[in-house]
Design a protein around this ligand. Sequence first.
Ligand SMILES: Nc1ncnc2c1ncn2[C@@H]1O[C@H](COP(=O)(O)OP(=O)(O)O)[C@@H](O)[C@H]1O
Ligand SMILES: O=P(O)(O)OC[C@H](O)CO
Length: 497
Amino acid sequence: MEKYILSIDQGTTSSRAIIYDKKGREVSKSQEEFKQIYPRAGWVEHNPEDIWRSVIDVIQESIKRAEVKPGDIAAIGITNQRETTLIWDKNTGKPVYNAIVWQCRRSTNICQRLKEQGLEDKFKQKTGLLLDPYFSGTKIKWIFDNVSGVKERAAKGELLFGTIDSWLIWRLTAGRIHVTDYTNASRTLIYNIHDLGWDSELLAILDIPESILPEVKANSEVYGLTSADVFFGAEVPIAGIAGDQQAASFGQCCYQEGMTKITYGTGGFMLMNTGERAVKSEKGLLTTIAWGINGKIEYALEGSIFIAGAAVQWLRDEMKIIDDSTDSQYFAEKVLDTAGVYVVPAFTGMGAPYWEPDARGIIVGLSRGSNKNHLIRATLESLAYQSKDVIDAMLGDSSVSLKDIKVDGGASANDFLMQFLADITATCVERPINTETTSTGASFLAGLAVGYWTDRQEIMHLREIDKKFKPHIDDKKRKSLYQGWQKAVKAALNWSI
Ligand SMILES: Nc1ncnc2c1ncn2[C@@H]1O[C@H](COP(=O)(O)OP(=O)(O)O)[C@@H](O)[C@H]1O
Ligand SMILES: O=P(O)(O)OC[C@H](O)CO
């Protein structure tokens, strides 16, 4: 009987389940959005039960749509929004607080205090990360400091911490398995990416007990079986885990040093494979684990852009000047340029390479003739300009030249944006037919672990290219457009001062 791989992609705004066949083709897909909770300006939470329910729903629906049985699934791969932080009771399985989402800025003051104590370099050295509220460590500390009883219960050994991968595996195995993987661990601010272990010195600084932490595993191996009670009567191996951006890199087959992808979802995340070298960034990028398989760790440089597709959602939901994200291309192409308008969508501060949590969004360069098309075009262009900021930093850090960029994620469907990205970065942009590379990557990791696919060579043949975008504009124009962007960014960064 034919077997399949199930990939669970638990993202920031929705959960997806995709079933793949041996050719790496999608047999069925199900997606469900869940509630975003904004208790205060700059705070973002998810209800962990909403996440769990949405995941179970999409698994069930994808199995139904594929017309397969749960037992026909050879292995499950899990990929997830990274850094989002959750603590739960190991006996009852109940969370002690909502999940604090990666976008949440509530631990800005904790980061500030650590910086004032001169600790930034220590954290950077060991974890490859910066003291920004983005990462899990200071979110855990916030829960310990602010949620009544958590410290005491953790001291008694009653509580567990996990990113969303750990939470899902704990639930799928009916509370038997508490694990995470190298990539998710490498985003917590408490994991030493060189020694490959939870770092006792950093744990002491943040006052986090090691007993709450999951065991860190490789990205492609069998972690355990689903509980039949939970997984619709079947015990299926969970065999791949990776944070969503690393999974996308794996799905894009960025297997060699210098290979680079950008995923344009809610945020935009650029990862460059740096092979077995953990390159320390001097330009505001993160050093992170790309994956660790069969005892070999590969690293990546990452540029994290907090607002990408979310800026297009803002045009739709708040500005109400488009009905659908796809309309943005139509309106952007109605004008020849933005007529000098720039939008910097620093709605939740700015990530790489600036790392300024207090920056705020701005629109500049308005004149009497500025209209909605200019605003829409400038918003789309902002995704490409932010990518150029990150690419320039990456080239400065890595001493490799960039032949092309592989793109994926929702907004990569926008041809106008992809062409502008090629133009402004002077780099060829390559879009695969399958832009769900995050899910695909997780399915590859799981499939490799159980022998569904043999090796990366086999997998590379499954990737098909849809379109290549070549740079067209000349250097002079590129330079002058980018200078305008740099001025606009300066204004956004200075806004809070
Ligand atoms: N044609 C398009 N042009 C521009 N943005 C788009 C387009 N289609 C989708 N998007 C944006 O892509 C995002 C959704 O992409 P997706 O990869 O599903 O994100 P996530 O995994 O973060 O939820 C949304 O923010 C949406 O506004
Ligand atoms: O859920 P996404 O696709 O927006 O990805 C979120 C990232 O993993 C955050 O680091």
